[in-house]
Write a protein that binds this ligand. Structure first.
Ligand code: PFF
Length: 446
């Protein structure tokens, strides 16, 4: 489609670049920190089944829709809806995305800051020789301290802003290409190792054997929210990235790869963590339920890592890799706000970034100091704003956007076959919006 846009547009140079950037956004604390504790508090295997269903019938179609909106409009989400639906209120989806970006950054960067504290503590050797009870105590002491978490938060948000100003290609992209595969390797090794621990099978059973009596409307809502959060969809992040994808790339294939990687990493994190919890439980007689909260990763993983020789190095390495994974995600969230400021409010990139970082910091400090604010931002952004955004995005493509635009984008103007097109259209027109609406209404009313 010819957008008639006069905006100069950058683009990803290779197919690998697109997948790496989108996967970098998707893979992060959502997979390794949030997925395990959400699974833990929401019933284990049953939550996983619902989560996978949400990914497949809702997440994938929403991701393809975001890519195609972005690529056809070549704009930030707000501008994209203004261009594709002139005079209609669809641009509100773009604004809601900017709001969601503020909220996510304000709590996500707090957790990203925790990873910096744990790099420091691992490096200094202070996690050495501690049992899970002591590690939990340590985590709580740190989290409810007011000064250190604020400091780490500030460092992380400034780091994010710095990368966003400097541009992605020459810095972060170069390092993530090495560090993300390393994270994968480390997670795989950890998963394999914990499977050898006594009591591991109970953990696997918890993760993979669904007990459907655990499913409530709230659990389903949370699985849906986790799917949106983990895939970075529902707020226009991937509309923004889609606007940088070249016309020759295959959008549905790209989405499928990103969804596949993201899901694989989340399940892998689960395999590394749940058997470990149960192994620790059997050894320490420790109450599992007390672990299933935001501290989960920060307690179980050091415990596992320190049970092998070289634990101090392994733990330092793990938290460095986790921080990098978090950084490639915070960059993509900040990018949503900055692109909006630049294209719609006509700020220069540097100023846009400074204003964004400054305002996120106000909310971020509140979320460090008040757990209630943190939980509110975490719950509301993932379980409400993102699914709501996704609902309108699929409605837009399914019922409003011309069929020709959709078809042209998914077949690259008729040059590639899109065999799944009818399935995709059926999902975006009926299944995805109806499913989101039902989950939403039941989840919130119950
Ligand atoms: N998907 C990221 C994660 O799983 O850590 C978090 C995230 C990034 C959410 C970007 C939303 C977003 F737009």
């Amino acid at each position: 489609m010819n957008t008639g846009s006069s905006l100069p547009r950058d683009s990803f140079s290779t197919k690998f670049g697109v997948i790496a950037a989108a996967a970098g956004s998707a893979i992060g604390l959502g997979n390794i920190w949030r997925f395990p504790y959400e699974t833990g508090v929401n019933g284990g295997g049953a939550f996983l089944v619902i989560y996978l269903l949400c990914i497949l019938i809702i997440g994938l179609p929403v991701m393809i829709s975001e890519f195609l909106i972005g690529r056809s409009a070549q704009r930030n989400p707000y501008g994209a809806f203004k261009l594709l639906a002139p005079g209609k209120p669809w641009y509100l989806i773009g604004l809601m995305g900017v709001l969601a970006a503020f909220m996510i950054l304000a709590f996500y960067t707090v957790v990203a800051g925790w990873t910096l504290e744990y790099i420091y503590q691992s490096f200094m050797g202070s996690l050495k020789g501690k049992d899970p009870v002591q590690l939990k105590q340590m985590f709580d002491n740190f989290r409810y301290d007011s000064y250190r978490p604020v400091l780490w938060f500030a460092i992380f948000i400034i780091l994010t802003g710095w990368v966003v100003i400097a541009g992605i290609k020459n810095g972060i992209e170069k390092y993530t290409k090495i560090l993300m595969p390393l994270l994968l390797l480390m997670l795989i090794s950890m998963a394999v190792y914990v499977l050898t621990l006594p009591g591991a099978s109970a953990g696997l059973e918890f993760l993979f054997k669904p007990d459907f009596s655990k499913i409530t409307p709230e659990v389903i809502l949370k699985a849906l929210g986790q799917a949106f959060f983990s895939l970075s969809i529902g707020m226009g992040t991937l509309i923004t990235y889609g606007s940088y994808i070249k016309k020759k790339e295959n959008l549905s294939g790209t989405a499928l790869s990103v969804v596949g990687f993201d899901t694989f990493i989340a399940v892998l994190a689960g395999i590394a963590i749940f058997p470990a919890i149960f192994a620790l439980t059997s050894v320490e007689n420790f109450d599992v339920t007390r672990l299933a909260d935001e501290g989960l990763v920060f307690i179980t993983l050091p415990s596992i890592l320190y049970s092998v020789p070289g634990g101090q190095i392994l733990s330092t390495m793990f938290f460095i890799l986790l921080a990098v994974a978090a950084l490639t995600s915070t960059i993509s969230v900040l990018e949503v706000i900055v692109t909006y400021f630049v294209e719609e409010l006509k700020l220069v990139r540097r100023k846009a970034t400074i204003v964004a970082v400054g305002s996120v910091s106000v909310l971020g400090v509140l979320s460090v100091l008040f757990t209630g604010v943190f939980s509110f931002l975490n719950f509301t952004s993932a379980n409400i704003l993102l699914p709501l955004g996704g609902f309108f995005i699929v409605l837009f493509v399914g019922w409003f956007l011309s069929r020709k635009v959709t078809q042209d984008e998914l077949t690259n103007n008729g040059t590639v076959r899109a065999r799944m097109l009818p399935v995709y259209l059926f999902l975006v027109r009926f299944i995805a919006p109806i499913a989101i609406a039902i989950v939403f209404l039941y989840g919130l009313l119950n």
